[in-house]
Design a protein around this ligand. Structure first.
Ligand code: GLU
Length: 498
């Protein structure tokens, strides 16, 4: 635990995606933790687009990331589209700042021009290896070139990179990581690393620190694939004379086979999950709990609670394993927690419309509410509602009977008697009387009358009307289908019944 983890006065955190692709689950979790940490500490959440890699960054990817952030409900206080006092928030618009910072370090003798060609560097490495040196990095060949001479060579057009001087006396760099604890790196191993490439672009380790320092970032929460970059970044902070922030490196998200999450595992991007029908709240809830827990018990944690209670103290450093079953479970919990009107408006009607089944004009408002109430507990994902409702949008003739259900419940002795009795009992109800309660009241006496178990009576009716053996309660199932279709289907199924 680092010394200043708990010093959260004026917290400023940032999420700094590179727009080289979609927002993946690992990045999404990093964004969630940054957002939650800012909210929990009354701080500021900055979104910065690290688009310095011109070959892989695109505007389209930036838009995809912004859309994913909005879908996740992670509002940013500063950044693209909202602005802020520390902009610009795209690295490509900050090139001048990086050059200025490098020039300043050069003038202070903390950075220098290096004229070694790639070939020379390779030869030097090979020689170190041949000598059996444990250190085979940059031999600081250009460190002591007289600055005036170096400038003359630059002015004459000789290609160069800019390297930072890792101070000789620096000793170990100890990163105080809020998740990993103290992690020690040998400064000598760090090389006098390059901060500006020969093509005039800054390296990630330099640009990111110039930005984080000038944006006043206090806590850096990011994936632990960046832990090994951190000592170099610490050296840059020190050279710039800027305070080193608190680091918190969070684990990678792995697939259920323990391997790095990839397309092989199915969905990996936030959009994949959105399109698969997950709710944003449930998805955020699930990812937040992947490696963090307020109490080790709760699986459903509201966004409010996350925003109030998130702290770095309970973040695990162990790799997190993506568990689709748990995500499904949490998604189901969110659906089941909705009231009928919300489920009707936010889930049922949009899903029916998207599936081209119903534009919301086929029934009365109450019918849709009844459908919401009936189907809600049976849905794990939003789109499950269309599977549930399918029997209501099929003509009687085209109803498909599930083979297993037909065999088990219709092609059985007694099924025909159950259908006969049900048809007779239900025919006495009028259209107006066709409610779940009245239907159940009409069917209730049948098992006793027929001397058969409830399942043997009600399941044939269900299979007759739905085509399968699973549906809401028999009263609701038939009430939604309506009197005429219910009676017609009971009649129709008699030909399949024994
Ligand atoms: N743009 C970097 C990335 O996407 C940011 C890393 C960092 O947070 O410093 O990996």
């Amino acid at each position: 635990m680092s010394d200043n983890t708990n010093d959260t006065s004026a917290v400023r955190v940032r999420f700094a995606p590179s727009p080289t692709g979609k927002l993946h689950v690992g990045g999404a979790r990093t964004a969630i933790y940054n957002w939650a940490f800012a909210r929990a500490n009354g701080g500021t959440f900055v979104l910065r687009i690290d688009d310095t890699d011109p070959t892989r960054s695109t505007d389209e990817n930036t838009q995809v990331i912004l859309r994913a952030m909005r879908w996740l409900g992670l509002d940013w206080d500063e950044g693209p589209e909202v602005g802020g006092d520390f902009g610009p928030y795209f690295q490509t618009e900050r090139m001048g700042l990086y050059r200025e910072a490098a020039q300043k370090l050069g003038a202070e003798g903390k950075a220098y021009y290096c004229f070694c060609t790639p070939k020379e560097l390779e030869e030097s490495r090979a020689a170190a290896k041949a000598r059996g040196d444990s250190f085979q990095g940059y031999q600081r060949t250009c460190r002591n070139i007289d600055p005036a001479e170096a400038q003359a060579r630059v002015d004459a057009g000789e290609p160069y990179t800019v390297r930072i001087k890792v101070p000789d006396e620096r000793g170990d760099v100890i990163v105080h990581d809020a998740v990993h604890g103290d992690v020690t790196f040998n400064a000598r191993e760090l090389d006098d690393f390059i901060i500006f490439r020969s093509d005039g672009t800054p390296t990630y380790n330099f640009a990111t620190v110039v930005d984080d320092a000038s944006m006043g970032i206090t806590h850096i929460i990011r994936g632990d694939d960046h832990l090994s970059n951190t000592p170099r970044q610490v050296i840059v902070y020190e050279a710039l004379g800027a305070p080193t922030p608190t680091f918190a490196h969070i684990s990678m998200i792995l697939g259920s086979d323990g391997k790095k999450l990839s397309k092989r595992h199915g969905a990996t991007s936030v959009e994949d999950y959105r399109d698969a029908g997950y709710l944003s709240d449930a998805f955020v809830n699930y990812l937040a709990l992947l490696g963090w827990a307020p109490d080790g018990e709760s699986t459903v944690i509201s966004r409010n609670r996350l925003a109030n209670e998130f702290s770095l103290d309970h973040v695990s450093k162990n790799p997190a394993i993506m568990d689709p079953k748990k995500l499904d479970f949490i998604n189901g919990e969110y659906l089941h927690g909705m009231d009928d009107a919300q489920f009707c408006n936010d889930i049922l009607l949009p899903e029916l419309a998207v599936a081209g089944m119903d534009d919301g004009s086929k029934h009365e408002a109450n019918w849709y509410l009844m459908a919401a109430n009936a189907f809600k507990p049976r849905c794990t994902l939003s789109r499950d509602v269309t599977t549930q409702a399918k029997y209501l949008y099929t003509s009687d003739e085209q109803l498909e009977y599930d083979e297993k259900a037909t065999k088990k419940w219709l092609a059985k002795n007694g099924a025909r008697a159950a259908l006969d009795a049900a048809g007779e009992a239900l025919r006495s109800l009028t259209d107006e009387e066709w409610t779940p309660e009245a239907i159940e009241a009409a069917l209730d006496p049948l098992p006793a009358q027929l001397g058969m178990g409830k399942g043997r009576v009600f399941q044939p009716i269900r299979v007759a009307c739905v085509g399968g053996a699973a549906s809401p309660g028999i009263g609701e199932t038939l009430a939604l289908l309506g009197r005429d279709h219910s009676l017609a289907r009971i009649e129709q199924a008699k030909s399949l019944a024994l």
